[in-house]
Design a protein around this ligand. Structure first.
Ligand code: EPZ
Length: 430
C-alpha cells in the first residue's frame, strides 16, 4: 500500500485552505434521494468517502454529474431501488444514512450493516430505536439491515439514550417527510448536523433546533431540488492547527468557521499556543515550549473525539505529563498509541485514559495509519520527529483529508507519497 515519507523538523508556515466537511457531505449526499428534482452540491471535499457515496448513488440509478472536483449535480429522480449495493456500501460507515433517506422516500430501506473505522464496536441501536418510533419494523438478515414502515412514517417523540451524531442525522432524514411532528431529545449538536438540517430546509423541510439538544421536525409532503454549499471541515482545520503548533510554526488556516473550532483553540491556548481568530480564518503561532494539559473528549461543543489522536501526538512532545480521556467511544480509540511509542512517545493507556509523558523529541520510524484520525496523528508525529518517518496504509488518511501531501508541502513540510509498486507489479515480469 502507498505510504507517506516524511522528513521531520520543518516549521510549518503560510496559509492552508480547508475543504468541505466530510461528516456533513456523507449525510447530505444520501439526503438528495429525498428531493423531487436535481440538487447541486458545492464545496464537496475531494476525498474517497465522497467518491464512494457518489458511486453508490450512481449504482442506485441517480444521475451524478461532476461539474468540477468540488461540485456535483445529482438528479435523484431515476433512483429505482430501496436497497443499497452491499459490496460497495460496506466500505464506509456513512452508508447507513441511506436508511433514513430511503425510508423518507420509499418508507422502506435495506442497507448493509455499517463498516467503518476499527476502533471498537459501532452500534446502531439508537438509529433503530428512532425508526421504530416513527412506525417502522426492522430485521437483520445476512448482514443487511432491512427497515420497513407498516404504513407511512408518523411523527414521534424520541429521547436518545446516547448523544449520537449518526442516529440524530438518520432520524432527521427519516422524519422530514413523516406525517406530523417529530421531536428528538438529547440530540447531538455537531456542526454537520446543523449543515444537514440547513440543506433539508433549503429543499423545503421544516426542521428547527438543529445545533441544540432538542430538534423539532414538522413533516412536509415534498422536497424540491436546490443548490447548497457544504460547511468547512472542523476536523481537517483542527488537524492543521495542531500540526502548526507541533512544528513551532505560524500558519493561517483559511475557509473555516472559527466558532466550530473554539474547543480546539482553547486547548491549544492552554498549551501556550497563540490562536488569532478572523472572520473565516484562524492563525496559529507557536513560539515557545508546549505546556502539558488534560483533555476529555465530549460531544459538540466539547473537545471533538475526532481530534483525540492528533492532540495526543502534540502532548507527546509537550513539557510534563498530560491525561487524555476518550469519553465518546467505547472500545479502543487509543490503538494508534503503539505506533507513537515506536517513535519514542511515552504513553500508557488504561482503558479510556491515556497518560502522556512529554519527551524532548520523537524519532522517525516506519508506522501505520490504523484509521483516519490515527493516520493524521502519525503524520503530525512525523512532521516533528528527528529523521524520517514512513506512514503506511495512507488510504485511511485519504478517506477524509483532501490533498494532505500537497497542502503540507505548501506549508513547508518535507513529505512525499511513495507508491507501493509491489501492489501494481505484474505477476511475471518477463
Ligand atoms: C460520527 O460517527 C463520525 N462519523 C465519527 O467520525 C465521530 O467520531 C462520531 O460521529 C462522534 O462525533 C461520521 O460522521 C461519518 P456516534 P457516528 O453515533 O455517527 C454510541 C471520523 O473520524 N452509539 O455519534 O458513528 C457509539 O458507540 C469519524 O470522521 C450507540 O451507542 O458516531 C459511540 O460511543 C470516526 N448507539 C457514541 O454513541 C448508536 O445507535 C457516538 O457515536 C449510535 C452510537
Amino acid at each position: 500500500m502507498d505510504k507517506y515519507v516524511i522528513k521531520g523538523g520543518n516549521r510549518l508556515t503560510g496559509e492552508v485552505n480547508i475543504s468541505g466537511a466530510k461528516n456533513a457531505a456523507v449525510a447530505i449526499i444520501p439526503a438528495v434521494i429525498l428531493a423531487d428534482a436535481p440538487c447541486r452540491l458545492e464545496n464537496l471535499p475531494d476525498i474517497s468517502d465522497v467518491k464512494t457515496l457518489l458511486y453508490i448513488m450512481d449504482s442506485m440509478g441517480a444521475r451524478v454529474d461532476y461539474l468540477d472536483r468540488h461540485t456535483v449535480e445529482i438528479d435523484p429522480r431515476p433512483v429505482s431501488t430501496d436497497t443499497v449495493d452491499a459490496d460497495v456500501a460496506r466500505r464506509i460507515r456513512a452508508s447507513y444514512y441511506f436508511l433514513g433517506a430511503l425510508l423518507g422516500r420509499y418508507h422502506k430501506a435495506a442497507v448493509p450493516l455499517p463498516g467503518g473505522c476499527n476502533f471498537g464496536v459501532r452500534p446502531i441501536d439508537q438509529h433503530l430505536k428512532g425508526f421504530a418510533a416513527l412506525g417502522c419494523d426492522y430485521s437483520l438478515d445476512n448482514g443487511m439491515i432491512a427497515v420497513t414502515a407498516q404504513e407511512e412514517l408518523h411523527g414521534a417523540n424520541i429521547y436518545l439514550d446516547v448523544v449520537t451524531v449518526g442516529a440524530t442525522m438518520n432520524i432527521i432524514l427519516a422524519a422530514v417527510k413523516a406525517r406530523g411532528l417529530t421531536v428528538i431529545e438529547n440530540a447531538a449538536r455537531e456542526p454537520h448536523i446543523v449543515d444537514l438540517a440547513n440543506f433539508l430546509n433549503t429543499m423545503g423541510a421544516d426542521i428547527r433546533g438543529a445545533g441544540t439538544d432538542t430538534i423539532k421536525i414538522h413533516g412536509v409532503q415534498k422536497l424540491r431540488g436546490c443548490t447548497y454549499s457544504i460547511i468547512p471541515d472542523q476536523i481537517e482545520a483542527g488537524t492543521y492547527m495542531v500540526a502548526a503548533a507541533a512544528t513551532g510554526g505560524d500558519v493561517t488556516v483559511r475557509n473555516v468557521t472559527p466558532k466550530h473550532l473554539e474547543s480546539i483553540s482553547a486547548k491549544l491556548e492552554e498549551m501556550g499556543v497563540t490562536v488569532e481568530e478572523g472572520d473565516d480564518t484562524v492563525r496559529v503561532v507557536c513560539d515557545k515550549p508546549l505546556r502539558k494539559c488534560n483533555v476529555k473528549t465530549q460531544p459538540h461543543p466539547g473537545f471533538p473525539t475526532d481530534m483525540q489522536p492528533q492532540i495526543t501526538a502534540l502532548l507527546a512532545i509537550a513539557r510534563g505529563t498530560s491525561m487524555v480521556n476518550e469519553s465518546v467511544w467505547e472500545g479502543n480509540r487509543f490503538k494508534y498509541v503503539g505506533e507513537l511509542r515506536r517513535m519514542g512517545a511515552q504513553i500508557t493507556v488504561d482503558g479510556k485514559v491515556a497518560i502522556v509523558e512529554g519527551v524532548d523529541h520523537l524519532k522517525g520510524a516506519p508506522v501505520r495509519a490504523l484509521d483516519l484520525r490515527a493516520g493524521a496523528a502519525m503524520v503530525i508525529a512525523g512532521l516533528v520527529a528527528e529523521g524520517t518517518t514512513q506512514v503506511e496504509d495512507v488510504k485511511y488518511i485519504e478517506r477524509g483529508y483532501e490533498n494532505i501531501v500537497e497542502k503540507l508541502v505548501q506549508l513547508g513540510a518535507d513529505i512525499y507519497r511513495r507508491q507501493d509498486l509491489s501492489e501494481e507489479a505484474p505477476e511475471n515480469v518477463g
